[in-house]
Design a protein around this ligand. Structure first.
Ligand SMILES: Nc1ncnc2c1ncn2[C@@H]1O[C@H](COP(=O)(O)OP(=O)(O)OP(=O)(O)O)[C@@H](O)[C@H]1O
Ligand SMILES: [Mg+2]
Length: 311
């Protein structure tokens, strides 16, 4: 049995401007902005929510397959995923498009200017959740809007339980659409900001949302996360980190932990801690797929972080 991970596949180009944007953007000239930043430091990372989740799930020893649309420039990313032994039969190439890509310029005060080109991602609805393919669980991570809607309906029609993970795409959906996702999903995972927006748009409080799914998981960065399930509220501590190098991607890594715990049938205390530890490990390295560990190292770190053994 495997997990079907629906979501974006993207290249992330991160450039570091070693000065301050505010010294170059003049407030009284903001209506005719024309700035250029020299960025001596640049990294190009493999990213996108589906790729990030699948990568971390693979490190944990879980079985997951990505369902996504990619562009004509995807080859280096494909080779990377193959090197990690990921099966790629549900990746569809859209030859006329680029793979989704984010261009991120940060300054030394951690301000960011981002541009995101969705490219092939906006064709995600051309893929459909396959029937009879041994899929026991799904996740709908940020992806093309139409694809997210259709994949939720397809998972439900096939009676495959799935996690709804709207992420930064949550604002694309109105109240009725979000209520439909809540109705179809088995689990919902959001960060605290997205959780607030979900409450505002659906008019449903966390407790009410939690009552219509198996669990609502709300993450709060370095202060941990809360799992609302069965009328209970389970607090999951954040795991200690050696250094915070790059917080991007911790949400995706956390979701890989959720999928792994759910597939193994662990209780929520354990599942939440696996997710939390993965999130912590990811913030220690630059990029969203550059952390490494063996399963023994993960067990060791789990014991160190939480004072208990992984089952
Ligand atoms: N600095 C940190 N130290 C320890 N754990 C962290 C830290 N930042 C994040 N985590 C873990 O990762 C989880 C998810 O983080 P967060 O709530 O920031 O997600 P997010 O906002 O969706 O992130 P992103 O979308 O940028 O990946 C947290 O609940 C926590 O368990
Ligand atoms: Mg997130």
């Amino acid at each position: 049995m495997s997990a079907l991970i629906c979501g974006s596949m993207a290249f992330d180009t991160v450039m570091v401007f070693p000065s301050r944007f505010r010294d170059h953007i003049l407030a009284d000239k903001i209506h005719m902005l024309n700035v250029s930043f020299v960025v001596p430091e640049m990294r190009r990372n493999f990213g996108g929510c589906a790729g990030n989740i699948a990568y971390s799930l693979k490190l944990l020893g879980g079985e997951g397959e990505i369902m996504a649309t990619v562009g004509h420039d995807f080859e280096p990313y494909r080779l990377w995923l193959e090197q990690w032994g990921l099966k790629l039969r549900y990746l569809r190439e859209i030859a006329s498009e680029y793979t989704a890509q984010a261009y991120i310029v940060t300054d030394r005060e951690h301000n960011q200017i981002n541009a995101f080109h969705p490219g092939a991602m906006n064709h995600s609805h051309l893929n459909s959740v396959p029937a009879g393919a041994g899929i026991s669980i799904g996740i709908i991570a940020p992806d093309g809007r139409e694809g997210m809607l259709q994949h939720a309906a397809q998972f439900a029609a096939l009676a495959i339980p799935f996690i709804f993970d709207p992420g930064h795409n949550l604002p694309l959906f109105g109240g009725p659409e979000l209520k439909e996702f809540v109705r179809l999903a088995s689990w919902i995972a959001v960060n605290d900001y997205e959780g607030q927006l979900l409450e505002d748009r659906t008019g449903m409080k966390h407790e009410e949302i939690a009552n219509s799914v198996k669990a609502l998981i709300v993450t709060r960065g370095s202060t941990g996360s809360t799992i609302f399930t069965g009328g209970q509220r389970i607090e999951i501590p954040a795991a200690p980190v050696a250094v915070v190098n790059d917080p991007t991607g911790c949400g995706d890594a956390y979701r890989a932990g959720l999928i792994h715990g759910l597939m193994r049938g662990y209780d929520w205390h354990t599942t939440g801690r696996i997710a939390s530890l993965l999130g912590a490990i990811t913030v220690e390295s630059h990029g969203t797929q550059s952390h490494r560990f063996t399963q023994d190292q993960f067990r060791h770190r789990y014991r160190q972080a939480f004072g208990a053994d992984l089952p």
